[in-house]
Design a protein around this ligand. Structure first.
Ligand SMILES: Cc1cc2nc3c(=O)[nH]c(=O)nc-3n(C[C@H](O)[C@H](O)[C@H](O)COP(=O)(O)OP(=O)(O)OC[C@H]3O[C@@H](n4cnc5c(N)ncnc54)[C@H](O)[C@@H]3O)c2cc1C
Length: 555
């Protein structure tokens, strides 16, 4: 029910915003941002219909669905319009932070109104000198009675100002006056754009000024704002959670946002693939190379086009399955009683978060690029939506922690966390799957190939885990390709798992192209992609030190 309603809502209300937003962009006038009027209506409906809080506690207006369903809903909504869907998604994340860490007063005042879309939310981390390195955060909070005075400047804040809602609630990282340097001195604050009275009515503006919006490659309908807090000494903020634990609190939102960034990469890729598929069935060009048909043929008949379509299909299915699985495990981690199983699922989600974020964003970009290739010259033109998908999807590898940062997180902190337990949990899942299905009648050969690649991955990653301490420069030169190998392994496992399920259906005599496609894409992936993964793995341990040794002047 939720999925079919989400599809109906996305097609009716959200999908039209993709083109409207691209044409309208955003307007910055008198320190305020204006968006296309249709965006305001859609945001209000989004909140009223319960989409923002689909997976949240009914106590604050949520619908109580599992986290997994929020990811499925986001798949559908982001696929319809990435730029728009960031607004409700950030609102959800910000409200959820207050719900988890805020005082009762903060919860009472803010959470329900945000979940219902009356007010929007943002996450304000980045500063001109604090991008990847949040330890350099300079925004300061000065204690004043029951609140703080906030002073500082944030940049690149998505949906940092707009006219979609009555108020915008910023979740801001700042340093309490006199707090320790580095990440240990960062706290989290709730900073409304317009001050809020005790009864929830709006009071005077809170001295939060939007000084500009970025002109960007993509996401033209999503305002990326520079915000000044307290230029006139009139910006009030409220501590959310524990003093100096702001970054740890914010990580709750960031980890969810990282999975969601993976969802965006995957769903834009999915939409690009479907557009390319439709085009290749219609476009007539060239003759059949084997002369199976007379005259000119649709380009889907050309093996080179089919190669690209099959690669895209496999990658999209692999990414979607990887993401849904991670979301399902995050529900288990949340719902299971304390004990070994809960710890195991927590470990799996921790380990997979940087993989989902970086792999799905980079492969998402590559799928969009391949989709353009399928259209030929038309793919490059605005007449078709693919060039927009390519521009929009690029940001996914940059924000929420760049993919380079994700790779060092995976190959350093995550490899070694809990004495290697997270890595072990991940490898065990794949090894168990391979062991159980090694003699599969149709897919046995492919499963053996996955198993062999898994063994090599285990060795290489273990060696790199140690190298992170003994030879950090060489290690850091290869963390990114290693992360992509983990992503390929996970995608390959998911595709084979899907194929085994599909084969069961075929074995029951249900002939279906849908199920045949699942088997063929898994065989293609293990035959054509996995060997490249194995070769790439070897490059992660190569002895050559060119990356480290090349002098800056030689570049
Ligand atoms: C459209 C858009 C929307 C955004 N939305 C938000 C938002 O809503 N809220 C918010 O707070 N921020 C937001 N950001 C900011 C975004 O999260 C940062 O741009 C990102 O974290 C990278 O920081 P930076 O741009 O300063 O790059 P830098 O940190 O300068 O990085 C530049 C390059 O150096 C690499 N690098 C840096 N440090 C290291 C290191 N230690 N090891 C290895 N490589 C390193 C990076 O991987 C990257 O390739 C947004 C940015 C954009 C463009």
């Amino acid at each position: 029910m939720l999925v079919s309603e989400a599809i109906k809502f996305a097609m009716g209300e959200i999908e039209p915003l993709q083109e409207i937003g691209e044409k309208w962009g955003v307007v910055h006038e008198n320190e305020q941002v204006k968006c296309a009027p249709e965006f305001r209506k859609a945001f209000q409906l989004y909140g009223e219909n319960g989409w923002i809080a689909a997976s949240r506690d009914p106590e604050y207006g949520g619908q109580g669905f599992p986290n997994m369903m929020r990811i499925v809903v986001n798949d559908i909504m982001y696929g319809a319009s990435q730029a728009f869907n960031m607004a409700p998604s950030l609102t959800h994340g910000a409200a959820h932070l207050i719900e988890n860490f805020g005082s009762d007063d903060l919860k009472e005042l803010y959470v329900r109104r945000m979940f219902e879309g009356q007010w929007a939310g943002t996450m304000c981390l980045t500063e001109p000198n604090a991008g990847s390195n949040l330890a350099a955060t300079r925004t300061t909070a000065f204690p004043e009675g029951d609140h703080y005075k906030i002073k500082g400047a944030k940049i690149f804040i998505s949906w940092g100002d707009h006219d979609l809602a009555e108020n915008i609630i910023h979740l801001v990282l700042a340093r309490i006056q006199g707090a320790p340097e580095g990440v240990r001195g960062i706290s989290l604050f709730v900073v409304p754009k317009i001050r809020v009275n005790a009864d929830g009515s709006l009071a005077e503006p809170n001295d939060v000024i939007c000084t500009g919006v970025e002109k960007k490659l993509g996401l033209h309908a999503s305002p990326t704002c520079a915000l000044n807090f307290g230029d006139s000494d009139g910006c009030i903020g409220y501590l959310c959670g524990v003093e100096n634990k702001g970054l740890a609190h914010m990580f709750q939102m960031m980890n969810q946002a990282r999975i969601n960034t993976g969802v965006s990469g995957m769903t834009l890729a999915s939409t690009a693939y479907l557009n390319a598929l439709a085009y290749t069935k219609e476009r007539i060009q060239g003759s059949d190379i084997a002369r199976r048909k007379e005259g000119f043929v649709p380009i889907i008949d050309h093996p080179d086009i089919r190669r690209m379509l099959l690669w895209m299909k496999a990658m999209v299915d692999g990414m979607r399955s990887m993401i849904y699985r991670t979301a399902f495990w995050s529900d288990l981690a949340l719902e299971l009683p304390d004990g070994e199983e809960k710890v195991r699922y927590n470990n799996l989600v921790d380990f997979l978060t940087p993989i989902v974020k970086a792999y799905a964003s980079d492969i998402g970009f590559k799928v969009c690029e391949k989709a353009i290739q399928c259209l030929g010259g038309y793919g490059f033109c605005k007449e078709y939506p693919l060039e927009q998908y390519l521009r929009d999807v690029k940001i996914m590898s940059l924000y929420e922690g760049t993919n380079g940062i994700q790779s060092t997180d995976l190959m350093g902190r995550k490899m070694n966390m809990n004495g290697g337990a997270a890595f072990e949990a991940f490898m065990t899942e794949i090894e168990e799957f391979c062991r159980k299905n090694a003699d599969h009648g149709i897919l046995g050969k492919e499963i053996k190939a996955l198993s062999a690649a898994g063994k090599r991955l285990r060795d290489v990653a273990t060696t790199m885990g140690k190298q992170s301490k003994s030879d950090p420069l060489q290690w850091a030169s290869n963390t990114y390709p290693a992360l992509m190998c983990f992503g390929d392994m996970m995608a390959g496992w998911c595709l084979l798992d899907i194929a085994i399920i599909a084969q069961k259906t075929l074995d029951k005599g249900n002939e279906s192209d849908f199920h045949k496609g699942k088997i063929l894409q898994a065989k293609y992936f293990t035959g054509a992609v996995l060997p490249l993964t194995v070769a790439r793995l070897e490059t992660c341990l190569r002895e050559g030190r060119e990356i480290v040794e090349i002098p800056d002047e030689a570049f």
